[in-house]
Design a protein around this ligand. Structure first.
Ligand code: G16
Length: 547
């Protein structure tokens, strides 16, 4: 049994953070997320305990805890757990996290003790008392400091060691975790400081820019979130356009007014509304992009005389795949470095067709959530994964990395390609989707192709589509199957959706419960814009009837 002092400290530490009456917590698409004042401190406290347990089990490896609600409104907040290699918490642990979060204060010490006995049985039998190590980051929400306080109370109670980085983007925290845990590896991931992060990215960017030129500035909408100060910091490390680098114009960078976070700006707004932020002062054909509240999503766009044009995650993925495929060919490694792509049901049908027929790259489809895409991408030599909403990255397998780093070039062209591939490995944040790193990579690839956003848009034509949020009484009655493309419950609903879809040219639609908001999401696409609208409205009605 556990030291009674630990149990007492736990019981005392959780006292200020009870579960509000009737409250049930769920582990969603990206950890726990809710209104910050709806009992989130309790959850965060228990997540601290889970992180400490996981660290102890994994030989004191450092676990990351990120306090953010990403693209959600300012009054929300949430918590994500980061595993030692910088990926999301192993899914088999989501159950432990959910159980502990839903444990009332009076039972918490006992349940924790039970978890220690169950999870750490091997550690205990070796009679080891391993230290637990945790690192913490948060976005700019006003509820952040109070949540970090609850988190530290938990870590103090169980004697875990922690480092609080303060403000970080989500991908920066993932980077820190992987750096710390690979410090003793033959090839460490990087230096676990903000400076280390900027330096690594800037060096790789400079290598990739050799012999290439970026055309005109890029305007970056930072959603008034933590990405703004971090991007401004990174700019100090990057060569300017005169120096052969990049001219970045930061907009929506107000982190002092909490209420403007993600409000009428940011990647989620631009993607869902399919329009530029209303405050945008960008001129015709200016190359623009938007990050979300914790800078893990990125979408591009521009306007011209015909209106607004979105270049979303599907397009970024294709751009990446095009580049890496061509570089692999130029390096003479096409048969050793197979590029694969991972999408979700939200990927535009036209993008899927382009990847299959023109790009000739294999595709896998997974459920929403980078935790699903990431694992699928890891099965390719070079796995490109992006959600249409702009959340994604590119993974190079260990074998691919080794081939790229060790192949001896036989001519200058091959050397150039190998250097580009090698620098891509460092420029791309392989731990998780990183909007800032994805943006620099996109800029390099556009420069390499000499593509304007218009050229990029022109490679295929998106099917008109519509994404709507539907409020229902209880979204848990909706259960999906087939990578969320179908509903298996409530009974009969899928038949009705199928019937609706069948009456449209190139119609496709699905509905799924969101894992970050208390809504159902409906996606529809069709050959004509008004038909995509009509199909979405029809599915919305069906969903409302059953919900
Ligand atoms: C999170 C997840 C994404 C997911 C998005 C929306 O993004 O990390 O993978 O696409 O939520 O999920 P849902 O449709 O289930 O609400 P973020 O940027 O909010 O962390």
């Amino acid at each position: 049994s556990l030291d009674v002092r630990v149990l007492d400290a736990l019981a005392a530490g959780i006292l200020p953070y009870p579960v509000p009456p009737g409250r049930k917590y769920e582990y969603g698409t990206a950890g726990f997320r809710m209104k910050a004042d709806a009992g989130l401190e309790h959850v965060v406290f228990t997540v601290g305990l889970i992180a400490a347990l996981r660290s102890k089990l994994l030989k004191s490896a450092t676990i990351g805890i990120m306090i953010t609600a990403s693209h959600n409104p300012p009054e929300d907040n949430g918590v994500k757990l980061v595993d030692p290699m910088g990926d999301m918490l192993q899914q088999s642990w989501e159950g432990y996290a959910t159980t502990l979060a839903n444990t009332q204060n009076a039972d918490l010490a006992k349940t924790y003790e039970q978890f220690v006995n169950d999870i750490l049985v091997s550690v205990i039998s070796q009679n080891q008392d391993r230290p637990a190590n945790v690192v913490i980051g948060r976005d700019t929400r006003p509820s952040g400091p109070g949540l970090v306080k609850a988190l530290k109370a938990a870590l103090d109670a169980v004697g875990a060691t922690y480092q609080d980085y303060g403000y970080l983007t989500t991908p920066q925290l993932h980077y820190m975790v992987r750096c710390i845990n690979t410090q003793k590896h033959p090839v460490p991931f990087g230096i676990p400081t903000e400076e280390g992060y900027y330096q690594k990215m800037a060096n790789a960017f400079k290598t990739m820019m050799y012999g290439r030129k970026i055309n005109g500035p890029v305007i970056v909408d930072c959603a008034n979130g933590v990405g703004a100060p971090k991007l401004k910091e990174l700019i100090k490390y990057l060569p300017t356009s005169e120096e052969g680098g990049i001219d970045i114009k930061v907009v929506n960078d107000d982190i002092l007014k909490p209420e403007v976070l993600n409000h009428d700006c940011g990647a989620d707004y631009v993607k869902t509304r399919q329009r530029a932020p209303p405050g945008s002062k960008a001129a015709i054909n200016d190359r623009c992009c938007s990050l979300d509240g914790d800078a893990d999503r990125l979408v591009y766009y521009y306007t011209d005389s015909s209106g607004f044009h979105l270049l979303d995650g599907d397009r970024i993925a294709i751009l990446g795949a095009v580049f890496l495929k061509e570089m692999a060919e130029k390096a003479g490694l096409a048969d050793k470095l197979k590029v694969g792509l991972v999408q979700t049901a939200y990927a535009n049908g036209a993008s899927t067709e382009y990847v299959k027929k023109v790009l000739d790259v294999p595709i896998e489809v997974t459920a929403t959530g980078v935790k699903h895409l990431h694992h699928a991408a890891a099965r390719f030599d070079i796995g490109v994964y992006f959600e249409a909403n702009g959340h994604g990255t590119i993974l190079f397998s260990e074998k691919a990395t080794q081939i790229i780093r060790e192949t001896q070039p036989r001519n200058p062209g091959q050397k150039y390609a190998l250097d580009s591939l090698s620098a891509s490995i460092d420029l791309i944040n392989q731990t998780v989707g990183d909007a800032i790193s994805d943006m620099l990579f996109t800029e390099v690839v556009l420069a390499y192709k000499s593509w304007t956003p218009e050229n990029w848009l022109g490679i295929y034509k998106d099917l008109p589509n519509r994404l709507v949020r539907v409020t229902v009484k209880d979204r848990s009655v909706f259960r999906t199957t087939d990578a969320e493309r179908k509903l298996e419950s409530p009974k009969g609903i899928q038949n009705e959706i199928n019937k609706a879809v069948a009456s449209y040219v190139k119609g496709r639609a699905f509905a799924r419960p969101s894992g970050t908001e208390d809504v159902l999401r409906v996606y529809a696409e069709a050959h004509y814009p008004h038909e995509a609208e009509a199909l979405a409205a029809q599915v919305e009605e069906i969903v409302k009837k059953y919900g």
